[in-house]
Write a protein that binds this ligand. Sequence first.
Ligand code: FAD
Length: 382
Amino acid sequence: MDVFLTDEQRRLRAEVRAWLDEAYPPQRVAALEHDREYPEEFWAACATRGWCGIPVPVEHGGRAGTVTDLCVFVEEVAKTTISLATLYITATIFGSHALEICGSPAQRERLLPAVAAGAVRFGLAMSEPGAGSDFAAMTTTATRVDGGWRIDGRKGPCSGAERAEVLITAARTATDPGSSHRGISLFLVEPPVDGLRFERRDFAAMRGLPVDDVVYDSVIVGDDAMLGAEGEGWRNLGRLMGPERLANAAQAVGVAQAAVDDAVGYARQRRQYGKPIGGFQAVAHPLATAHAEIAAARLLVYGAARKCDADGPSPLEVSMAKMMANNVAVRATDAALQTAGARGYEEESPFMRRFLEARGCELGGGTSQIQRNIISRHLGLQ
Ligand SMILES: Cc1cc2nc3c(=O)[nH]c(=O)nc-3n(C[C@H](O)[C@H](O)[C@H](O)COP(=O)(O)OP(=O)(O)OC[C@H]3O[C@@H](n4cnc5c(N)ncnc54)[C@H](O)[C@@H]3O)c2cc1C
């Protein structure tokens, strides 16, 4: 089902798979998730093998890869664990696209080569405890001070924030009634900075990547820290969400495929009533359905990726791909978990982990309901 892929993309996929199989076999992944071990080795490989450079333009030291290339990479990495895939999405994809979309020439010159080299990881501080789906309701403020801005508030949850060299921070620069979406601006906050602290959140999965609330207590940044124009933060975040949502969808496809592949293997060897459980139609059919649904979701994801590559931002196609991939992944990982019986229900079972990973994909980057709202609006509804 990789009709959309070029030979080069197939080579990238094979290269990534070979490296991950060697560096992160299942026991190693289980330990990483259990011990909340940051995937240093993966990040080092991203840097040295040029994977960090995939979304970065050639003139800044990158490979000028396409959205499709990124989906291929992320889908494959997510088959191992979303701790690795989400690290890559936030640190590299989000950072490079943010700079491309709204970075100043000076910001691009300074930071894009560092992203390509893996020397700088980005984090996104957009959500707040009181502003999730409705992120325009954010209350974090950026107030003008001599030579820059003072940021006050609490953001979170933010993936990988405490290990990021740059946090894209969304804050309200206008607080007058009615300023809502127009009052939001973006800043590049580069820890360590006085007044900035991290409070670890305890997610049920993706435990190899720390997730934090980020507290801004009179954090001072210079004028040159503003990313994009003042008051344009909402619009720029909207543009950034496209690649991020598609990467999330590719990640969900990878998680689902890995779960079903493992479940098929288990169903072939696990015997009950004198034969492999895969010989029971009630066990085989849910996996067959999941396999077909994953293939359909993958086609939507790569179709949307190709459209983004050809036509630029394609919010309808991206939302449809994210919604389908997320829904399919939850169903598929649930079917895989059922196949594994009680073994699947053990705390460190990969089946349970993948089910939780699929749930996380569906919650992050705009939930399935929010994607349905977007699709409805494209249909002239809502
Ligand atoms: C794994 C993971 C990683 C994340 N990483 C980051 C990160 O790095 N940076 C960051 O800024 N944020 C991050 N987030 C936060 C994420 O963006 C929010 O969780 C998401 O926007 C939803 O917000 P919420 O959790 O506050 O849910 P809420 O907005 O409170 O929604 C709760 C429920 O109500 C539903 N709902 C809300 N409004 C509507 C509506 N209008 N119509 C229909 N249904 C609605 C939602 O779909 C959901 O089911 C992450 C989340 C997860 C799960």
